[in-house]
Design a protein around this ligand. Structure first.
Ligand code: BTN
Length: 148
């Protein structure tokens, strides 16, 4: 009996596990992070810009948390499959602004994951307090209600 011809080993590829197209990570949709915050990212325009909304689970203030708008952009739309991106959240319930920067990855199970770092700038009353006005951290986002 002739030996079967060698077949290429299957490699992890895409969300739908097909073998030919590159790892695809798409920002548009609903996401949740390790703090329990949720965000929705809208459709990207032709320049890779997007808008959305952010509902934080936590706040540095005692103000009542409200849904807040976000604006951002993704690098190299349609050129690279695991794109870098950044967005700004202008909090409607505080005087603060947060900027996030990160990259959209596909993990070993084919799940999309956003690895981000953020800077949260709070408003302080005077220059002397500037030193305590900025916090830094990381957040990891996974897709909410992902379709299989
Ligand atoms: C504020 O406290 O003034 C506004 C809310 C800030 C929430 C921060 S932004 C970084 C971190 N990630 C979250 O999902 N929430 C907190």
């Amino acid at each position: 009996v002739p030996a079967p011809a060698a077949l290429p080993a299957p490699t992890l590829c895409c969300r739908n596990n097909s073998k030919s197209s590159p790892l695809q990570c798409i920002l548009t949709g609903r996401w949740t992070n390790d703090l329990g915050s949720n965000m929705t990212i809208g459709a990207l325009n032709e320049k890779g810009e997007f808008m959305g909304s952010y509902h934080t689970a936590v706040s540095a203030t005692t103000n009542e948390i409200q849904l807040s708008p976000l604006q951002g952009s993704q690098h190299n739309t349609n050129k690279k499959s695991q794109p870098t991106f950044g967005f700004t959240v202008n909090w409607t319930f505080s005087d603060s602004i947060t900027v996030f920067t990160g990259q959209c990855f596909v993990d070993e199970e084919g799940k999309e994951i956003l690895k981000t770092m953020w800077l949260l700038r709070s408003r302080v009353d005077n220059l002397k307090d500037d030193w305590k006005a900025t916090m830094v951290g990381i957040n990891v986002f996974t897709r909410l209600h992902s379709k299989k």
